[in-house]
Design a binder for this molecule. Structure first.
Ligand code: PHE
Length: 413
């Protein structure tokens, strides 16, 4: 798996496919999405979850109130739903173990419907009305940018579980993340494409409305070119578009070996269907934005065989992963995706930092978060660096038989 491609940037990486002793896996029947109480639209509270006898309306009493904002509805709904499940699993466990400093954690969750403006509105509400001490969210980078600006302005620490665009934590000293960033993710996919798949000609089709997609597109192209690859076509769409035939026809004319699609799962599924219909048989490649059981529900056979980078695989044999998968499946009757794992990690890391913080004031808590080192997460060991990011391995998954299947791990060092 190693090759002599010179690693650009600060990463030297190790591809390992042997890290897993893949045993037989039981995956069937676990992909149902959980509906129910979290589907309320608009700025009203989608759910007010609490652990034990905690009273979320009494901050400063026997409860510590955390805010959460996410897309519980809309075309990225599984992002918010999975993240919420992961957060609630963590909070329940923490409360069962006695809470933080003798207080129970409670979570107030708002649905931003996947809309930037709504994200800003609900984060304002969490801070000014609900008086949360910290915020977890968002998944989509554009929404973390919108919500993060508000959190920074009020001096309330925010942890994005999964936003990978570098600009998110550049907002300021209150904004953290527990995942890797897109320059790394783009490099990983470029390297995998060049060295493992041995492709030289790749087309790119990205979502011009999403900071994530635009950034990851640039990062992939930069790395792929540095590795001697050629980008034969660069096309754009706007999230929610239904017709991709013009872009795909242009791409088809350039005969790429692969198409890199750094978008979110609903659009990617639709692009895959239309590509195959138009006779485009190139290998499809993407990033963490593909991480949803809906990807294969929408894309079906069209997405089969495609590869994407992600934050974890439920097939990893690390004890942290297997313990988490077991607990999550018992509670939610579905296989946890990467967002569930990152949501879980973000809540646990926050609670751990709260325990170390002299007070729950924004400055103290931000300092405690910034001092986090070697936190053992499901998605890897998390140390918060000087830019308030985490440096972690990426996993490459392949869609096989309609399921994301572990293919390789790429670790920075
Ligand atoms: N990284 C994506 C973004 O920044 C969000 C995402 C993370 C989606 C993980 C799926 C899985 O927008």
């Amino acid at each position: 798996m190693r090759s002599d491609t010179r690693a650009p940037g600060p990463w030297s990486v190790l591809f390992s496919t042997l890290a897993l002793g893949l045993g037989p896996l039981v995956l069937g029947g676990c992909d149902k999405m959980r509906g129910g109480s979290e589907t309320a639209k608009g700025p009203g509270p989608a759910s007010e979850a609490k652990g034990g006898e905690a009273k979320p309306d009494a901050p400063g009493g026997d409860t510590i109130l955390i805010g959460e904002f996410g897309s519980l509805t809309g075309s990225e709904a599984t992002f918010g739903q999975s993240t919420h499940n992961g957060i609630m699993l963590a909070v329940d466990e923490i409360n069962q173990a006695g809470g933080v400093k003798g207080k129970k954690l409670a979570v107030k969750t708002y649905d931003d419907q996947g809309k930037s403006q709504e994200a800003g509105t609900v984060v304002t509400r969490l801070i000014t009305e609900d008086k949360v001490v910290a915020i977890l969210g968002e998944v989509a980078s554009s929404l973390s940018l919108a919500g993060g600006r508000v959190a920074q302005q009020y001096g309330i620490p925010m942890i994005s579980p999964s936003s990978t665009n570098p600009q998110v934590t550049q907002i300021g000293d209150m904004i953290f993340r527990v995942c890797f960033i897109d320059p790394y993710q783009g490099f990983v996919m470029a390297k995998f494409t060049r060295e493992n798949l041995k492709f030289g000609k790749v087309a790119v089709l990205y979502d011009q409305a999403q900071a994530y997609s635009k950034g990851l597109k640039d990062d992939f192209i930069k790395s792929f070119k540095e590795m001697g690859g050629e980008i034969v076509s660069e096309q754009a769409y706007t999230g929610g578009d239904q017709d991709f035939s013009a872009q795909l026809t242009t791409i088809k004319g350039t005969s790429p070996e692969a198409i890199f699609l750094p978008g979110y799962y609903t659009d990617v599924g639709n692009v895959a269907l239309q590509a195959r219909k138009l006779g485009v048989n190139a290998t499809l490649l993407g990033g963490d934005g593909w991480d949803s059981a809906k990807l294969t529900e929408i894309g079906g056979a069209a997405i089969e065989g495609a590869y994407y980078s992600n934050h974890y695989s439920h097939e990893e044999q690390r004890p942290e992963v297997q313990a988490f998968v077991k607990k999550y499946q018992a509670k939610f009757s579905q296989v946890p995706d990467g967002l569930a794992a990152l949501g879980y990690d973000s809540a646990r890391l926050l609670a751990e930092a709260m325990g170390r913080s002299p007070s729950l004031g924004g400055k103290d808590l931000a300092a405690a978060l910034a001092a986090t080192r070697d936190f053992k997460g499901v998605t890897g060991v998390i140390s918060i660096d000087a830019e308030r990011n985490a440096k972690k391995p990426a996993v490459i998954l392949q869609v096989k038989g309609g399921k994301p299947t572990y293919s390789a791990t790429v670790a920075p060092n």
